[in-house]
Design a protein around this ligand. Structure first.
Ligand code: B16
Ligand code: MG
Length: 228
């Protein structure tokens, strides 16, 4: 009997590694308020993991507003500058509990590590929190314009670390991210709410108690070879 084992991990960024998901929400709320309507955390759930462009379309739909393509570019730019202001003092303290420890353990154990984030700000966020060198490959909002639940960003990440989707665990806090992982044929670990992320192979509330042993226990499974 053979044992099938995962060989790498693809991490989402906002809400899994770094506590920036809340800043995305606040920046969208600020833009909505400027446009004359309110936006709450429940509505924001639908934007998690979604690209800036698609998030803006959704927000404008909620507000019942219509703008030209040029105006929409300006609005997206305005949200991004609110977001950049909010993260301007980001440092290691913004890392979510257990994230760095897990990255270090995976690296020490020889697993490949990639980023699979929808954010165009992913690289500066990794730099300012000091964890950029822990990644073997970065796939982010600059790598594809296809937004989760499209698996494109994870497929680019898997290719970047030279692994098959079925050899990678995708760690995600967004329902659309888990959907993308499933569509792409990846193993999945939901990080957050058990009900919202129920489609994932496994769900943990955060990364605090997740280590290499936990992942090996959850994702290494025996293959019963068939005799032909
Ligand atoms: P940006 P993730 C996503 O990052 C965020 O969850 C989502 O709220 C944001 O709109 C998206 O990145 C684009 O971010 O405006 O910085 O390009 O969760 O996929 O790491
Ligand atoms: Mg996320």
């Amino acid at each position: 009997m053979e044992v099938n084992t995962f060989k790498g991990c693809i991490f989402d960024l906002d809400g899994v590694i770094v506590d920036t998901a809340h800043f995305h929400y606040l920046a969208w709320k600020k833009l909505a308020n400027q446009l004359g309507f309110d936006f709450n955390e429940l509505q924001n759930e639908a934007l998690k993991g979604v690209s800036r462009k698609e998030s803006l379309e959704y927000l404008l739909h909620l507000g019942g507003l219509h703008f030209s393509e040029v105006e929409k570019l300006e609005l997206a730019e305005s949200k991004n500058s609110h977001y950049i202001d909010m993260i301007s003092n980001l440092d290691e303290s913004a890392l979510l509990p257990g994230a760095k420890k897990l990255l270090l353990e995976l690296k020490d154990a020889g697993y490949k590590i990639a980023l699979g984030s929808a954010s165009k700000n992913a690289r500066p966020v990794l730099e300012s929190t000091g964890i950029l060198p822990l990644f073997d490959f970065i796939a982010d909002g600059n790598s594809t314009s296809k937004s989760k639940p499209d698996p494109a960003v994870f497929l680019i990440a898997a290719t970047g670390i030279q692994l098959l989707p079925c050899e990678c665990i995708v760690l995600e806090d967004a329902q659309k991210g888990i959907e993308a992982a499933i569509k792409g044929g990846f193993l999945s670990l939901g990080v957050g709410d058990e009900i919202a992320l129920g489609q994932a192979d496994h769900v943990v509330p955060n990364l605090e108690n997740v280590n290499v042993n936990t992942l090996q226990h959850l994702y290494n499974f025996p293959i019963h070879s068939t005799i032909s």
